[in-house]
Ligand binder design. Structure first.
Ligand SMILES: Cc1cc2nc3c(=O)[nH]c(=O)nc-3n(C[C@H](O)[C@H](O)[C@H](O)COP(=O)(O)OP(=O)(O)OC[C@H]3O[C@@H](n4cnc5c(N)ncnc54)[C@H](O)[C@@H]3O)c2cc1C
Length: 588
């Protein structure tokens, strides 16, 4: 006879364990069972990739699961994202640095995955979760009122001889990571564009970004007043690639290469020896720093990206990498776990309370996948901008802007728990940001081809304080009800339209009169800049400042001015020579 549970979770990695804890706390009287093939103790540092968190994922761990103090004690506070972009192989101090000048007030963490998953397993057991370590799920059969999970004992990395167990469950959640049990069984896999690959390893000591710069580079070192650059997720960037440096609470450093397949083929860094060689030719200072150090582990993954045509079904869900994984740039993996798990918890609670689930299921499914599509639009070709500092600075500004204006306030203020009718307006806002984002990403992709590799500025403060962007970030710490957040999003959308128009003007200025027409054809849309904006371009500095709107002025304070060089055509002249392509603009 089969055993019974209320919620069966297939996979006890980051997504499965955090979901088990969240559901058990929300519904303590319900039985939650997790099948996980591996057993404790898990190795510290060298367990899994996915160590850097950003605002949404960090809020999920810190506030939703209540682990902020634990994160600060056993892991590391994160000092934002930091990028070094310029001519490939150039010394780090000759590249543009883009990141926060001061430690951000909105928390995020650098996470040792082995340490975290050991602790999560213990907390799950303490909370009353039925955690079955050493058991792998072989099959899931979806049924009318009840699903059946077949699991087998696992010895080492293989399925053992023991008898299979059958478990009946009202809910089944696939959290099996890249095994993707349910997506494969139900044929829900989908491709995402422009594959990229990665290789990563850990070394058993701190590798600080300041060690890559010459000691004589006084001004560069002094910029890091509090000596906390190393707590950022540091990105060493070149065209089509970036290399991460992430410090871990266990004292190790995680290092990873991420590269677009069409620019840097996987086989160029797919073994430890190849990766060392690849680093020596692209990031020589880092290769030199690592030269005497053993890699504590080494893993390479070809084509890490995958989509799904559905993530929430009839009493089933795909969470974490069992569902969708877009890209590691900006560390959205934990964000997707945070939102995916939270919507799953809402669905389970609503179902067990007797609600007719279909409207909520369909709505959450569309919402989550629209967000994933927005991420894919932002990230899938993101690494192309890495070697063009002026484009990267502008892209980071825009990408942070819409993230802090849309998904962050929505999630950090708990609006995913709104009744369905109220939640729908956040879906509309998400779609509106996605339409704007599409325009912005078109600009970046075209701009890359006309922008220089040399940086025009040494430091881009992201966010510079106090600007529209830093205000948005700090506002995330404030409580707001759903009406207030929604009204705030509408204001941000209006500002966002101005910013996207300004990005277009910057790209056209960089292209100059001879290349502007081709660039605009490629972008595929054009704005109608206000007369004040065009007049500002022709005005004296003081009047120029008055004519520019606040969002545009604030963007200039972060990424530098979009000013006319002596003798160069004005924006008015450049706009007049650009072709009339309006297709995308109409979708705003
Ligand atoms: C190159 C790269 C860099 C990344 N960097 C970041 C980052 O900096 N920040 C971030 O947030 N995210 C990052 N990610 C994403 C991050 O790795 C994932 O978000 C996260 O690990 C997914 O957790 P998960 O629980 O879905 O999968 P996993 O943690 O892999 O867990 C899946 C679990 O399922 C178990 N399992 C497998 N088969 C079965 C079975 N048959 N039955 C039962 N259980 C099974 C496995 O043993 C495992 O424990 C990165 C991803 C890549 C590829």
């Amino acid at each position: 006879m089969s055993e019974r549970t209320d919620i069966a979770i297939c996979g006890g990695g980051l997504a499965g364990l955090t979901l088990a804890l969240q559901v058990k706390r929300r519904l303590p009287e319900r039985r939650v069972t997790v099948f996980e093939p591996t057993r404790r103790p898990l190795p510290e540092a060298c367990h899994k990739v996915g160590e850097s968190s950003v605002e949404v994922g960090a809020h999920y761990f810190g506030a939703v699961l209540g682990l902020h103090d634990y994160m600060m004690e056993r892991h590391l506070p994160k000092n934002g994202l930091r990028f070094f972009s310029g001519v490939p192989g150039a010394p780090i101090e000759a590249r543009a640095e883009m990141g926060p000048r001061e430690a951000p007030r909105v928390p995020a963490y650098q996470i040792d995955r082995g340490r975290f998953e050991n602790d999560l397993r213990a907390w799950c057991v303490d909370a009353g979760v039925d955690l079955r370590e050493g058991w792998g799920v072989r099959d899931v059969t979806l049924g009318e009122g009840v699903h059946t999970v077949s699991a087998v004992p696992v010895r080492g990395s293989r399925e053992g001889e023991g008898a299979a167990a059958q478990l009946e469950a009202r809910w089944v959640v696939d959290a099996s990571g890249r095994r993707r049990l349910l997506a494969k069984k139900l044929g829900l896999q989908a491709d995402l564009p422009a594959q990229s690959s990665s290789a990563w390893f850990r070394v058993s000591e701190r590798v600080k970004v300041r060690e890559l710069a010459g000691a004589a580079e006084g001004a560069w070192h002094e910029r890091d007043v509090d000596d906390n650059r190393w707590l950022s997720t540091n990105h060493l960037c070149g065209t089509g690639y970036w290399v991460w440096l992430i410090p871990l609470g266990s004292g190790y450093t995680s290092v990873g290469i991420v590269a677009e397949e069409s620019v840097h083929p996987y086989k160029g860094f797919s073994t430890e020896a190849a990766a060392r060689e690849w680093l020596a030719s692209h990031e020589p200072a880092l290769a030199e720093r690592l030269s005497g150090l053993d890699f504590a582990d080494f893993i390479a993954m070809k084509g890490y990206r995958h989509g799904a045509t559905q993530v929430f079904g009839e009493r089933w869900a795909l969470v974490g990498e069992a569902g969708i994984f877009v890209d590691p740039l900006y560390s959205p993996g934990s964000d997707m776990i945070g939102l995916g798990n939270s919507l799953t918890t809402e669905l389970i609670a609503a179902d067990l309370a007797g609600e007719d689930l279909e409207p909520r299921r369909a709505h959450y499914d569309a919402f989550f996948r629209d967000w994933a599509a927005l991420l894919a639009r932002t990230l899938c070709e993101g690494s192309r901008a890495m070697g063009r500092p002026e484009v990267l600075g502008a892209k980071l500004y825009w990408d942070y802007f819409y993230y802090w204006a849309c998904m962050c306030p929505y999630f950090l203020r708990g609006h995913y728990r709104e009744p369905l009718a109220s939640h729908a307006r956040f879906h509309d806002a998400l779609r509106a940001f996605a339409a704007l984002n599409d325009q912005a990403q078109r600009v970046f992709q075209a701009w890359i081809d006309v922008a220089p590799a040399e940086p025009g500025t040494a430091f881009v403060g992201l966010p510079a304080i106090a600007t529209t962007l830093s205000d948005l970030h700090l506002a995330l710490l404030e409580e707001r009800d759903a009406d207030e957040t929604h009204a705030e999003m509408q204001r941000s959308l209006a500002q966002g339209r101005e910013l996207v128009d300004e990005l277009w003007l910057r790209a056209v200025r960089r292209a100059g009169p001879t290349r502007a027409a081709a660039l605009v054809e490629r972008i595929g849309w054009r704005p109608s800049p206000s007369d004040a904006r065009l007049a500002a371009d022709e005005a004296e500095p003081k009047r120029r400042r008055k004519l520019l709107s606040k969002p545009v002025r604030d963007m200039e304070r972060s990424i530098g001015k979009n000013a006319r060089a002596p003798g160069a055509p004005s924006l008015r002249e450049l706009c007049a020579s650009a072709p009339r392509v309006e297709a995308v603009a109409q979708s705003r």
